[in-house]
Design a protein around this ligand. Sequence first.
Ligand SMILES: [Zn+2]
Length: 234
Amino acid sequence: MKNQACDSSVIKVPQLERIPFLQHGFGDLVWGEKDLRKLADRLDFKLLFLKQVHSDVVHFIDEVPERRLRGDAAATRLPGLLLVIKTADCLPVVLVEEKKRVIAAVHCGWKGTSQRVLEKVVLGMKEGYGADPAAILAAFGPCIGGACYEVGEDVRRAFSDSDFPASLFRPITGRSGKYHFDLRSANRLQLLKLSVKAKNIFSLGICTHCDPKYPSYRRDRDATGRMLSFIGLT
Ligand SMILES: [Zn+2]
């Protein structure tokens, strides 16, 4: 189905867009919940929002839940269900394994990333639904870029404790104990480790902190909105 004017602010990844039974996208500051609901109505989708808590909790959805689930990732094979992630600087990731018709949507903040939430999603897609990691396509939405994401020792330590490479952190000159952190790469590494192919990882490369079209918690604190990312099987 072709998009109409109402979702002109949604970015799609061509490699996912060509899959006939799949809908996905990354909204911006302007494209809000009203637009998402319109799109869901038009395509006959139920919406699945999570109560996101910066965790590594993944929900494997085999029937539509009655209440909002607490966690930061959802995977399903159910058609007609649109998995939604809300972010402002954190990395939204959507995944699909075309043959097995399995999808997932993931909220990757630094905490969830240090707990390897994305790894748990891919393992669950594989073990629970028979997905082949080498056939998984993953799309990384807009998030805060490595040059803008300043973190302290606590974050660096959390990642070294979870065996991530030190190269994800670049010391900031003249500011002891402060680092620039590459959130995208930290998530990319998790996919590569599980045999997701580099050529199947698509990154939009937009920095939410630099681009005023996107919400950034670091830039605007509580005044900022959230961007919506979604994926669903028709
Ligand atoms: Zn930036």
